[in-house]
Ligand binder design. Sequence first.
Ligand SMILES: C[S@@+](CC[C@H](N)C(=O)[O-])C[C@H]1O[C@@H](n2cnc3c(N)ncnc32)[C@H](O)[C@@H]1O
Length: 350
Amino acid sequence: MNTETSIRDAFANQAHWAQKLGSPFTALVCRLLGERLDATTDVGSKVMCWMGDPTALADNLPLRLAGSINGLVLNGSAPTLATLYPPNPMPDPEVLWLALDETIRSHGPALLRRLDKAPQTNEVGRSAALMTGLMTIASVFELPFELFETGCSAGLNLNLDRFCYELGGVAAGTPGSAVQIAPVWSGPPPPAATVKILSTRGVDISPLRVADPVDRELLTAYVWPDMAARLQRVRAAIAIALDHPPQIDIEDAADWVEKRLSVAPKAGVTRVLYSTVAFQYFPAASQARIRGHAAKIGAKAHHEAPFAWLRYEVDPAQGNKTSLRLTLWPDGSERVLGVGHPHGLTFHHF
Ligand SMILES: C[S@@+](CC[C@H](N)C(=O)[O-])C[C@H]1O[C@@H](n2cnc3c(N)ncnc32)[C@H](O)[C@@H]1O
């Protein structure tokens, strides 16, 4: 059972992380909401009496509310508030609070509806880590890829070879793409190996559909509004996905992995199972089944039919940083290729 203090603490904690991860504006919004929201509105009452776990690893209530309000700014429903949102200069906190309070009071039903949906982003910047992993694999096995993504959200990163990369001075992907990915890099560059992708397919238990305008709004609403480059990238990736619709199945990741990835080896391609910031959200039983199935495929893999399990995930063994971890069969060796920002803005290649 939540107390008012635990709810306010969740907002303060999210404000801390938003500040640390480079979004002072989201930090300010979360801080103001956490300190000043009260139960005198339907929205305030729902938030203060939240029935689930409000924290970042569960319902993520602070980002639900901040993203729901941002959605109203983006779709033109809150024009006064919009004058205080980026790209305008950082507002005075008192002025911002008055506009937030007014928006919460006048858009109750719309905000309540949005609060019921879990925040969902599809972070295009994470494809920098994925491309680094694929280049590493391609430097070992010079074969084309078949890619399988679990927890792919809208599937934006299933088009990862249509983005343009600059990874520690090494170019990759499609030159001139509207999606430009160049994380702040440290350590050696990835091997300059050619990545040829034959097919991609993803699964998500609750995917967003780029073809659906409401889902498109959600994909941008949870991007922190003062991160202009992120917003531009997701919009450009949505445009690419509209032209090249990703193939996405709707089911639990473990059911899908067991069905879609045969244990029998597949010669002439490297099959890659991957996820970015998704594995932690799968039920423990699904995680164990995926681990087990990957090991079974790996046991049958050989040099003409390699198999890789690549994940860019929060890693307790790396101090909870987001690490790029690769297990590569037939030998089954596992190594951490690097650590990076959760949104892919920086990458330290080992
Ligand atoms: C934080 S999002 C990350 C999305 C995407 N991988 C990215 O990096 O932008 C986690 C995703 O995992 C999905 N998910 C959660 N549980 C799942 C499950 N059991 N099976 C498949 N997908 C799941 C969610 O719907 C959500 O889209």
